[in-house]
Design a binder for this molecule. Sequence first.
Ligand SMILES: *Cc1c(COP(=O)(O)O)cnc(C)c1O
Length: 474
Amino acid sequence: MADKRQLFSLIPKVDDILNEKKIIDILKDYDRDFVLKHVRQNIENIRKQIVKLKDNEIETFKIEEDMVISNILKSVDEEKAMNLRRVVNATGVVLHTNLGRALINDNLKNSIWDAVSNYSNLEYDIETGKRGSRYSHVEEVLSQLTGAESAMVVNNNAAAVLLVLSTMAKNKEVIVSRGQLVEIGGAFRVPEVMEQGGALLKEVGTTNKTHVWDYEKAIGEETGLLLKVHTSNYKVLGFTKEVSIEELVEIGDKYKLPVIEDIGSGTLVDFSKYGITKEPTVQESIKKGIDVVTFSGDKLLGGPQAGIIVGKKEYIDLMKKNPLTRAIRIDKLTLAALEGTLRTYLTSKNPDKEIPTLRMLTYTKEEISEKAYKLHDILRNSLVDFNIEKEEGHSQVGGGSMPTEYLKTTLIKVSHKEKNASYIEKKMRENNIPVIGRISEENILLDVRTVKEDEFNIIKTCLLEIEKMAQGGK
Ligand SMILES: *Cc1c(COP(=O)(O)O)cnc(C)c1O
């Protein structure tokens, strides 16, 4: 009869494992210390397993060298794989902040990669052979799209607001309506950003009502600018009065003060033509005379994370010279994705079909229902232990945009004959490509709005594996 001591002596030695062909093979590509760490960890695991064995388990415990090697290869692969990786978003939240907000168009893959895996003219003027500006690649396009004189881009919209304030209102008063002192996404609070930008906040009006005379009363020697913040993520309903952009611009003209707008989502598209809530567009604000508008690249615009600043050239030029700009500058990978997205708006016949965020937000009821049918059929035809049904429901825009908009959608309702929803939901998350859905009343709900058609098979395979696992009694 075997005892634990004998088992310990059967554990393969590090040197023996390093002489195995499969390990020698991977050592051609992988760092030796990295592989060694996994060899040792796997050996240590066997040791721990033996320590935990009960007496009646000792006899049947086997140490198979092939198994040890394949476990090592597996853990090496796992550590090599990217931790930041794709997931299937079946939540129906289009701009899902935790799942990466806006998606970049697949069509841009080659041009983005071309620009970043080679040297580029990032800050080089090809015509003159001299130093160029990294903003030049998007400036002209942004001007054409928004009607603004000038433009620049930074890391995100929070940074854009910070830069505008620090450039135009340092040690000066900035007048904002109390109803617009918002917090967005937890980390962006207008009063705090103002403080960071060195501006002194002067609140006017009340939560629900602000009038022209409130602004006029507050204007004085110390006033640097008037700021309007789009209350992207909430709505005040009922007895309300906001000073309109036109009125604000008039006040600005009268007192010779610049008027700035943080428009948040910054869409270029009038969504009301799709029957959804109209968000203020950037071009309207510029047309109405706002001096500088800032907005996000990865909200409704549907590009990469970026902060876009458009407006009068005299102000944009000052911002480009602000030393803060260097600390919040946009990276070339982002810039390439942003330029591609903006050019799609400029040149495409149907940007709403090409830009993933717009596509997902503007599906017709029929298109969504057709998509749901497909997924429904694929799942029904391959799964045995799951109930698959369709159900009407709602998707959300997300990203703190259009908080009151619920888009009609068709959901796929999934439940397992034996396992409960939280078990299935967990297993779906643990899939090699995690599938993220929602749970409602003991069902998993999958919203096809945010699922690409080529991801239907990922969902199918994922559920098939869960089915097999459940049958195996695990
Ligand atoms: C989202 C938002 C921001 C922050 O933008 P980021 O790009 O996430 O930094 C700032 N202001 C408003 C009004 C917003 O909606």
